[in-house]
Ligand binder design. Sequence first.
Ligand code: B1N
Length: 823
Amino acid sequence: MPSKKSVAPTPALTAEQFKTSVVKHLRTTLGTYEEKASKQAWNKALAAAINEFVFEGVSRTRKTHANVGARAVHYLSLEFLMGRLMSNNLQNLGLYSVAEEALKSLGLEIADVLEEEPDMALGNGGLGRLAACFIDSMATLSIPAVGYGIHYEHGLFRQEFHKGRQVERPDQWREFGNPWEICRPESAQVIKLYGYVETVYEQGKLSKVWHPGRTIRAIPWDIPVVGYGGQNVNVLRLWESRADKFFDWDVFNSGGYVDAYSESVEAETISKVLYPNDETDAGKELRLIQQYFFSAASIADVMRRYKAANGEDLANFAKLNAMQLNDTHPAIAIPELMRVLVDEENFAWDEAWAMTRETFSYTNHTLLPEALEKWSLKLIEKVLPRHMEIILEINSRFLTQEVETMWPGNNDIKRKLSIVEEGAEQMIRMGNLSVIGSHTVNGVAQIHSDLVKKDLFPEFDALWPNKFVNVTNGITPRRWMKACNPRLSALIEQHIDTDWPRYLEKLTGLKPLADDQAFQDSFMAVKHENKVDFVKEIKTLTGVDVSADAIFDVQIKRLHEYKRQHLNLLHIMALYRRVLIDPNYDMHPRVFIFGAKAAPGYKIAKEIIFAINKVAEKINNDRRINDKIKVVFLPNYRVSLAEKLIPAADVSEQISLAGKEASGTGNMKLALNGAITIGTMDGANIEIAEEAGSDNVVIFGMEVDDVVALKNKGYHPADYYRSNEELKAVLDWLEGDFFTPGEPGLLAEVKRNLVESDPFMVLPDFESYCEAHQKIDALYRDKKAWAKAAILNTASLAKFNSDRSIQDYAQNIWHVKGVEAKS
Ligand code: B1N
């Protein structure tokens, strides 16, 4: 028998003591009492009891890190998709079962109390959730690190369906307060905007003075990030914007009471709302201001802390501070640090530039052209006049020194590598700025990192061959297994050490059990129980009855053409048609489950949602198909819903066009929880197949080279439409009123888009996708083979632990080490 090691401390705290603490907080913090308290009051009282441990941890960690003076990481991200914090904090503190028992003795189910917590949805999708997993891992690995972002008043919109169409509603996550955050007004910063730059000659020295047109206050809110084991607690620092002077007293006194507020209203719009675009560049002035606002506040905060610890001499600034740019969204931090060093700290340009490059590194998350940020030069000049000068100076030195040396006289290359894109309107390429201003650039899965070098930045790679590296993404096993799948966690712990959430490679200890009948039965029994739970969730959310004996086939991710939810739809329609043609069509019953939000302005994405909902309605109510197929589109897909669905999934749909999904992380969560991937050779799917073994995933479709070849040859979707009878039939089906009775043509746009342009090559992959689904069906019917494949997925996923990703960053990019917090 292996030893059952545990890293989560069993705190010297009994359920009885914890209960006393919760009740004390209910009475003294919440001002209510047991007989009267709502679930929400219990939730807040529980949070307060937990926070006694959490905030101690914050102080302990801060003291330790301040004392050792180690290099620290600053993770700059416009998005942190945290979800709920309570169950995660309880798990990481090792207090979950104590809390469960304490609540039980008060007549409460812990699940009901946890359900009261709103999601912190301060992100759109994978990029924001990755940031959340990464700060969990940095805390767990005791890395001195701060996450920096924006304290949005409204996170990602809440999604409703009205007659099948997406309707966006405001997210109100802080409506009733947030027990996890502390405001730190003593660390507020003042941020400048607009105005003009004055050139000053003083004592024979030329300098620049920025006279801002207005100033905004940045107020930090700290959210503790509890590492696994609870010893180390880092913080996520989110900035809220406020008017610098709350009142214009002159206006106020002259009777303009309401006008006096207008300045504050405008200032506060900066942190009002998260832009709901995933993989598209909003290009709006307010977005640029958001980016600058939090980047500048964060740099000022890092400076303040450095000086408090090391005095005014900045010689060690870059040695002690690493800053990671989560995509180009905080790229304006590069000229901002230059401005602070040159204009405020009087560094010579070259020295400041060396320090800046030593500080920053940049993660690229996408190759999609519409996501690559460009700002009009005129706009930057208006909002940040000094930064525009600095960007142009960076660019001119780069082109005349580094590019000219490497490629003398080559203007084509200069045009390509320039930060300024020439055209009808001059644009600033934030990707180029980020590459030039960083010491290291990474992609997020091997194939993506290769394409970043080969297709996006080939000349930069030639210029700096060691600058580009890969760090494959990861997910935290604490949230995405331990907390969300207690049944599977318990089963695992009957066989391997309990410290697997910290050392995920221990899951390989399950491999020898993959063929073991008894273990297979237990593993599949867990999956079945999770499905039974989720059947109720589906009923509550959609009103649709489904069977836990059906295959749960899951596609959860943002709605985007490149992710090809419509390929999934076409296959569902094909199956439906087969059953209508032949009522005895042989297939294991399937439930197709979708969760996806579309950016509010993304028309075709919203049409695809509508089409799926309409097809679902028809199929779910068609008695002829004998419940063989059900389709449910769960409204308002979010982190907390993912945590319920992922443990219940049998099949994981990862069907992006090869070359388009940088990594994907949902693919990792589903596979870790024992779902079989049906996927293309794209992003991290490739590495999942490598790890789990190609027999245990179902791969289909064109690979990157095939996509390139087809593009070069000339892609004509109509050829595929005409040559596949089934494909033609299902596409034509979208045109009439079969799915929208009495209203023909409502779904026609989806067909038109595919037959006339099909930018993400859905049609060429249709046939291969249908064959792959046949394989899934056959595999599922072989119960032993399916169980074995599912177990091997769970047992093989250690590589996708976000702790491993963070160790890669720490070693190869940040050059930092963990420092365990001590009391
Ligand atoms: O980042 C994830 C990857 O796993 C996904 O493959 C990738 O699509 C995602 C602009 C983005 N790339 N780019 C964005 C988000 C918001 C925005 O305003 C771009 N998201 C991704 C984590 O690496």
